[in-house]
Design a protein around this ligand. Structure first.
Ligand code: FUB
Length: 501
């Protein structure tokens, strides 16, 4: 496309189409999988709450952010569940003449001192000479629904080369106009958070880029606001560990927050306000609307959802004003009522899972064993795995129930990135066996059917009924000459003789 024509197209800017009405029964707001939504950013205008969101378009078996456009949800009454949905209102390459298509990542709309609306949008710069082409552009409109036009047509206001040279990925912007009219922007990911003052024109950088520290475990997705004179930054954190208040597995994120007495710090970490959600990424926005505070975030909970097929949710956010600064209470995530689960023989979800390789390497998650989820394209926290640079010849995983239960079968869904027989990476085990605890010792399950270790299906073993409170699966690693592959299990079902509700 000729540059002039592209510029004209961008400046024509887009106004939202007629919305469709959504009657939401609860979270996610749009739950039928018809249109996924991620990275919610709320803004209140008069009687309306608008939520800007990206759109996830990745097929179920693709582990990547395929995000070509933004959308808006709007409501005048959160409790009513009635939302107006404006799908596909904006695309990076129609918004900014200098932007490449795709990568419509997490943006935010705020109202400027001139009462106009400014959209800060992380996009990729076409023809960028930077090592990382992500950049933050600004568009302006008289309504959150547009029509939008580039507020800084010369290019992005932030990239790896403007206004300063930096080496971070310049995404996830959040902005704020303070009571004194001063304007601030914060942005960053992969543990790097920057802050900077902007001029009241909302686009001209006014200060140096300041690294923001003190926000324990900061990973990405900052959201900045002020309440009763205190500055709050909520964000996706990923300090991981078995005893971490944030997340057991490094791929997951909690939403944590910190406070500061001034816009650019110093920041004090204050705690976790949302436990890890069903998608590996978590992304917050907080806002007061009609006297109530809300947290918006995304999950993988919609029909057909996944880590790259996320959907926006909204829940009440509550404050403890008895302390100073006021504390944000932990948000209780809610879901639309679900149909009752059908009776099942699988009683593994009632067990506590343990393994020989505890503490489990932080990229994996022991609770993936019995979470009932098998994904077409799992990420590390979707499985329990034994991988280390030097894999031992045997490892085990174990279930323990509070009460004795009866079992007569088990099913395991393995994951591998190397074929059977490999002596490196993750491969199906050469052999595995089941044992149960009889109160004194481990005994082989009686009369087991043949053990298999195929991929892409459950491997089921049937055995004579035992009464026990512990079941153990021991895996003999694939390998040769003292070199072993690791074992990974996405799901391990423990089967009772009869289905239970
Ligand atoms: O949607 C793409 C990325 O995922 C966002 O930039 C991050 O905050 C995470 O939500």
């Amino acid at each position: 496309m000729k540059p002039l024509f592209a510029l004209a197209l961008a400046c024509t800017a887009l106004a939202a189409q007629q919305p469709r009405t959504i009657h939401s029964a609860g979270n996610p707001i749009l739950a039928d999988g018809s249109y996924y939504s991620a990275d919610p950013a709320p803004v209140v205008v008069g009687n309306t709450l608008y939520i800007l969101a990206g759109r996830d378009e990745a097929p179920p078996d693709v582990n990547d952010f395929i995000m070509n456009e933004w959308q808006i949800f709007a409501t005048d009454d959160v409790a009513s569940g009635t939302w107006r949905h404006y799908p596909g209102i904006l695309r990076p390459d129609t918004l900014f003449a200098w932007a490449a298509p795709g990568h419509a990542y997490a943006g935010q709309i705020i109202q400027g001192p001139d009462k106009r609306f400014y959209l800060y949008a992380p996009v990729q710069q076409a023809n960028s000479k930077n090592r990382d082409p992500f950049a933050i552009g600004v568009a302006v409109a008289d309504s959150p629904l547009g029509p939008w036009k580039d507020a800084h047509p010369g290019g992005p206001i932030i990239s790896q080369s403007v206004p300063e040279v930096n080496n971070i990925q310049n995404i996830d912007p959040t902005q704020f106009v303070d009571d004194d009219g001063r304007v601030y922007i914060y942005w960053g990911t992969f543990g790097q958070l920057r802050g900077m003052e902007l001029a009241p024109d909302m686009v001209t950088p006014r200060g140096p880029e300041v690294p923001i520290t003190g926000l324990t475990g900061f990973f990405e997705a900052p959201w900045f606001f002020k309440r009763n004179g205190t500055y709050y930054m909520i964000y996706a954190g990923n300090q991981a560990g078995p005893n971490s208040p944030c997340t057991p597995a490094v791929y997951h994120a909690c939403i944590a927050y910190g406070t500061s007495p001034s816009p650019l710090g110093p920041w004090t970490w204050r705690g976790v306000i949302l436990d890890p959600v069903s998608s590996t990424t978590s992304h917050p926005g907080a806002i007061e609307f009609k006297g109530k505070w809300y947290l918006v975030y995304h999950t993988a909970d919609a029909a057909g959802g996944g880590h790259f097929r996320r959907s926006v949710a909204i829940d009440a956010l509550q404050w403890d004003d008895s302390v100073a600064p006021a504390r944000i209470l932990k948000v209780k995530p809610t879901r639309a009522p679900q149909p009752p689960a059908p009776p099942t023989r699988n009683i593994a979800p009632r067990a506590h899972a343990g393994a020989s390789n505890e503490p489990i390497p932080l990229q994996y998650w022991i609770n993936a064993l019995n979470d009932g989820i098998v994904r077409a394209n799992p990420l590390p926290p979707d499985m329990w795995c034994t991988w280390t640079p030097h894999n031992p010849a045997t490892q085990w995983a174990q279930y323990e129930w509070d009460q004795p239960i009866q079992l007569n079968g088990a099913r395991i869904y393995f994951w591998a990135d190397h074929p059977a027989g490999a002596d490196e990476g993750v491969a199906p085990p050469a052999f595995w066996k089941l044992e149960y605890w009889n109160g004194q010792q481990w005994l082989p399950v009686p009369h087991p059917s043949p053990y298999t270790a195929d991929l892409d299906r459950f491997n089921e073993v049937r055995f004579d009924t035992v009464t026990t409170s512990r079941l153990r699966a021991t895996f003999t690693a694939s390998g040769s000459n003292g070199h072993n592959a690791a074992v990974a299990v996405q799901e391990w079902e423990a089967l009772a003789p009869d289905p239970h509700p």
